[in-house]
Design a protein around this ligand. Sequence first.
Ligand code: KG4
Ligand code: ZN
Length: 340
Amino acid sequence: MPDSVVFILAIESSCDDTAASVMENDKVLSNVVANQLIHQQYGGVVPELASRAHQQNIVPVVDVALKKAGISREQLSAIAFTQGPGLMGSLLVGSSFAKSMAFALGIPLIAVNHMQAHILAHFIDEDSMEKPDFPFLALTISGGHTQIVQVTDYFDMKVIGTTTDDAVGEAFDKTAKILGLPYPGGPLIDKYAQLGNCKAYQFTKPRIDGLDFSFSGLKTQILYFVQKQVKENPNFIANNINDICASVQHTIVTILMDKLKLAVAQTGINSIAIGGGVSANSGIRLALINARKELGWKTFIPKFEYTTDNAAMIGIVGYHKYLENDFENASVVSKSRTTF
Ligand code: KG4
Ligand code: ZN
């Protein structure tokens, strides 16, 4: 712990959310997110529109985050920003803003890995959240990533399983598109799934060795299944939306849980922390809660606002890097693809 209190302004702009947060050490003072609704009409994130929207949003979002926290710019100890992975045009807006502000104020600049942030979000100090002990396994599931990470310390992480094609969030979003649901479809599939029968339709799970994942075959399977059914009955989707969503969600959750079970067996670590937008999914949350009772696992599920893309998770990494004096200079570059 530092002698004095550390105030960090954190900025997240890796995809289509412009977010800013102010942290007092490991506590969140404010956590502001501006979603970009413009992408809904295109059925996916349009990179050029995302970076333009970030440019419009970033000044007001940072301003609101500071005001909500009751902290002035002069009180800030450092500025943390998302270095990558993400869309280059989006990342550049956040990094240029963070660089200019940090150098204008004469305070340190901290670069944060977005996927590491989804994992370290568990260390935000909040009454309702329990912090995992090291080592633990992190399942990071989002629109861009599907990883199982062995976490030995704050900055000692190893990816032991990853997707070989689509991310799990894409499997949700692409299924939603097939069903004519708007982007991002994950939350809608989840909503309908809760009303349906998960055994109504069977989908085969991909056969992929070890701890890696594959979701593109499942997406194709769902597409052909729906096309065939719609040919026979044009109202198939409307009449069966709950059952279709429940069956798809059940298949995806089973794929994730099977790989987690294998990871636990291989590593001997049975503490599991989830992160990333898809960890908001009710099916995976329930499966993990059941695993506590049935398999004796310790499971850690973050608060919803720290699960989808947010800047508080960038702030908590910023805080731990601050403690290690891990700072950047003006030459630091954004990285669209990066690992840790
Ligand atoms: O982490 P995130 O906010 O952004 C990325 O870094 O990708 O994750 C967004 C993804 C989207 O694919 C969205 O459909 C999915 O998370 N998602 C969900 C749910 N809420 C968000 N997927 C399934 N069920 C949900 N409840
Ligand atoms: Zn994310």
